[in-house]
Design a protein around this ligand. Structure first.
Ligand SMILES: [Zn+2]
Ligand SMILES: [Zn+2]
Length: 321
């Protein structure tokens, strides 16, 4: 099979992914062999390829938003059949046994493995999945549009949950990328009033000039900019929640305790659980969710990552096999 392999991370302009011939992987106990149809292109893939994050082992095949078809079953697999449509997300598997896993917080499991990072991902013709972590995809959503649901969509949904959002509440979304765009559709589906604060307006302007749309019940910041935290807390009602969906963030400025007082909650969002994936994909099928995607032929993975880096992609980038 053909797979995009990363052996030496480098700026994506230098085409660090090489298309290589590899033996088709064989599914072990509890595993599925999947034939990839589409795979989304994400900033995490770009960080991996450029060496900002280091996988435990190289070479590696990136890609963690995989839409595929079950090609073969390993021993002891239940609930899946050859030919089933299947989705694969960032969480490849968790240990199932540690205190976090037992509390239902497998996203915090220290022994979790991530697709396209600890194990090979979907920038390939075939990929292995743990059957217990594979996801059913809504039939109403085609292969291209389904791919970005598996990272941006699931994490956007978890962000809404971590923001304690209830139907009908007043929500602020800050920084408008793919995650925010999909979270917006969920919130509207729940009858929420949604205010979007676009990054392009500039953080200082946002803090000073944005007219308050009344106090927000909940808010999510999708931009990695610490100064947004006090700016959004200022707009949050007592008892409200602000969730931060960012892996890294610039320092949060010193702020008056009064911004948090009144039982406001401030929390971060880290990855997502398998349950988040199941719940979100059901919702996405019910809405049904609309996405704009820009498809690339499978061979053009480096080009897709470069376009992502240069913000040249309309909507979400997807490789098609
Ligand atoms: Zn991702
Ligand atoms: Zn665990």
């Amino acid at each position: 099979m053909r797979a995009h392999r990363l052996t030496t991370p480098a700026p994506v302009e230098r085409n660090p992914l090489r298309l290589e011939q590899l033996p088709e992987p064989r599914p072990g106990p509890g595993q599925l062999l999947l034939r990839v149809r589409t795979c989304g292109v994400c900033h995490t893939d770009l960080h991996l390829v450029e060496g900002d994050i280091r996988p435990p082992q190289l070479p590696r095949t990136p890609g963690h938003q995989v839409v595929a078809e079950v090609e073969a079953l390993g021993p002891q697999v239940q609930g899946w059949a050859v030919g089933d449509r299947c989705g694969l997300a960032w969480l490849h598997c968790a240990c199932g046994d540690c205190p976090y896993c037992r509390r239902g917080q497998e996203n915090l499991c220290q022994r979790a493995a991530f697709t396209g990072f600890h194990v090979d991902g979907g920038f390939a013709e075939y990929v292995l999945a743990e059957a217990a972590y594979a996801l059913r995809l809504p039939s109403a959503i085609p292969d291209g549009e389904a791919a970005p649901l598996l990272c941006a969509g699931i994490i956007g949904y978890r962000s809404l949950r971590q923001a304690d959002l209830s139907p009908g509440e007043r929500l602020g979304l800050v920084g408008f990328g793919a995650s925010a765009h999909l979270a917006l559709q969920v919130a509207r589906h729940w009858g929420c009033e949604v205010f979007v604060f676009s990054r392009s307006e500039g953080h200082r302007r946002l803090a000073r000039e944005q007219p308050a749309p009344g106090m927000l019940d909940r808010a999510v910041i999708f931009a990695p900019a610490g100064p947004l935290v006090p700016a959004i807390l200022e707009k949050l009602r007592p008892g409200g929640t602000l969730a931060l969906n960012a892996i890294h963030m610039s320092p949060i400025p010193e702020m008056a305790y009064g911004l948090l007082y009144g039982e406001r909650t401030l929390r971060s969002v880290a990855n997502a659980t398998h349950r988040d994936g199941i719940e979100f994909l059901q919702l996405a099928g019910n809405i049904p969710m609309r996405l704009s995607v820009q498809e690339y032929p499978f061979e053009q993975a480096n080009q897709a990552l470069l376009d992502l880096k240069l913000s040249r992609i309309e909507g979400a980038g997807v490789l098609r096999l």
